[in-house]
Ligand binder design. Sequence first.
Ligand SMILES: [Zn+2]
Ligand SMILES: [Zn+2]
Length: 137
Amino acid sequence: MTGFKGGCLCGAVQYEVTGDPVRVAQCHCDDCRRATGSAFATNVFVKEEDINVLQGETNSFQHTADSGSTMTKEFCGNCGSQLFGSGSAAPGIKNIKIGSIDDVGDIKPQIEVFTSKSLPYTPPLDFTEKFEKGRPR
Ligand SMILES: [Zn+2]
Ligand SMILES: [Zn+2]
């Protein structure tokens, strides 16, 4: 597949991505749990230049990760859906929360990170490469 579309819960923000994901990572870290309000986050990493926001605009929030990187979360200011994330350690790359994608098709995580933090009822997937912490650079 090449490209996909997505948007937030209320529909105010709509986007399209023109290229294929560079990586898909299921993250069990505390920050992703807090930010999504869910048991883990599935982050679809894409080139920033491949994202076109078709409608609406996002608000953003920044925080510092344990790694020291500045992380930016972009979300709909109306309904609060998280759409995009980025980190100062990976310029030019953004991650898209998989739940915002209209039709995920064959997009699925290749790796799981921070598995040391995963909730006990979140079983590991049998098709991912796993890292107890972040993905080594
Ligand atoms: Zn919205
Ligand atoms: Zn995370």
